[in-house]
Design a protein around this ligand. Structure first.
Ligand code: SAM
Length: 333
């Protein structure tokens, strides 16, 4: 990892020296369980479904040849020529769980950053052990919400702009403050080429706030959920930034503080960074929209979201938990 500073002035990011990995970060302390143990997870159906949604996003928006038809016209068919989106920036890449998806998308180069140094080491190992199509990759431990990515990647690594920036299940942590959200968006857009795409998955604020609004006035515990997940608000105030809640997901996330991403505010802020909305859907909608697609239907079986007979690997509670999230794509003007 290189921590050279190219001297770029990043207005909203602190320019102190890169300090990787907060030891208190919850993602630093989660063991990398490996494929075998992951299969035994009680929520494996939900995990597989989340991966399928990410595959759909990456396939639909990670291939320039499909850009026009997939965005404004009918969904692409499986036989269409696939051209690689050359260069990808994966912010909050974690242990590199999307690496195989990017390999299948035939990317040429991937830069991955995450605040958790332990996860970055695991991502590197995963990349080294990758079978199938190879691509260049570099990984760096970086707080992407307070530090510019120029602290983590060399000028040479950033010289050619990115075609895609991906933030999966992690962007909402930036909405603790406006400053962090701006730093995150600066990192997303500064090295993204015009016409490049920003994709991500975040909790659905409308759903969270609807639940909060439906809680009885005398409720002491501002929580909702089921056997799989629990979301607990601290109070009823609804600040645009720093609207904190605690999230628990069985076998995945121990009570972690997260922040509501109010959608309209996010779209407005993103437009200040030259991003125009292409796509936004709840996960249930992503499923409805793609479940019969000639490419994504068989993928549901291959990724073990459904079995050969079409029976879901998720029970009702997992299916409900799946719809906490929305998927989105923006294009840089
Ligand atoms: N994107 C990966 C995936 O989809 O498998 C990991 C998702 S995990 C739920 C959230 C990730 O966000 C963790 O790896 C965590 O370390 C990372 N994260 C949280 N805050 C961050 C920050 N300030 N900068 C960079 N990464 C951060």
């Amino acid at each position: 990892r290189h921590t050279g500073d190219v001297g770029v002035v990043v207005e909203h990011c602190k320019s102190s020296v890169l300090v990787p990995a907060l030891s208190s970060d919850p993602y630093n302390s989660r063991p990398d369980v490996g494929v075998v143990q992951r299969l035994e997870s009680p929520i494996i159906g939900l995990k597989n479904f989340n991966n399928w949604v990410k595959s759909v996003l990456i396939t639909r928006f990670g291939h320039p040849a499909l850009e026009q038809s997939s965005v404004s016209g009918p969904l692409p068919g499986p036989g269409r020529m696939r051209m690689a989106r050359g260069k990808v920036l994966d912010l909050g890449c974690g242990k590199g769980g999307d690496m195989t998806k990017w390999a299948k998308a035939h990317v040429k180069e991937l830069c991955g950053a995450d605040i958790a140094a332990v996860s970055i080491d695991q991502a590197k190992s995963r990349w080294e052990g990758l079978r199938g199509p190879r691509f260049d990759a570099s990984f760096a431990a970086l707080d992407c919400y307070t530090q510019p990515i120029s602290k983590a990647f060399t000028p040479a690594q950033l010289a050619q702009p990115f075609d895609v920036v991906s933030m999966q299940f992690c962007m909402h942590y930036a909405f603790e403050t406006l400053q962090k959200a701006r730093c995150m968006l600066d990192n997303v857009t500064r090295y993204l080429r015009p016409g490049g795409v920003f994709i991500g998955t975040i909790p659905n604020a409308d759903l969270l706030l609807e639940h909060l609004g439906n809680m009885p006035p005398d409720a002491g515990d501002l929580s909702f959920g089921n056997s799989v997940y629990k979301i607990s608000f601290e109070n009823r105030q609804r600040p645009i930034y720093g609207h904190k809640y605690w999230f628990f997901l069985q076998d995945a996330v121990e009570n972690v503080p997260e922040y509501v991403v109010q959608w309209d505010n996010f779209v407005q802020l993103a437009s200040e960074y030259g991003l125009t909305l292409l796509y936004k859907e709840e996960f249930h909608e992503v499923f409805q929209e793609h479940q019969e697609h000639p490419e994504f239907k068989p993928l549901l079986v291959r990724m073990k979201v459904v079995d050969e007979e079409g029976a879901s690997a998720m029970d009702e509670d997992q299916w409900e938990a799946a719809n906490i999230y929305i998927a989105f794509a923006f294009e840089k003007r």
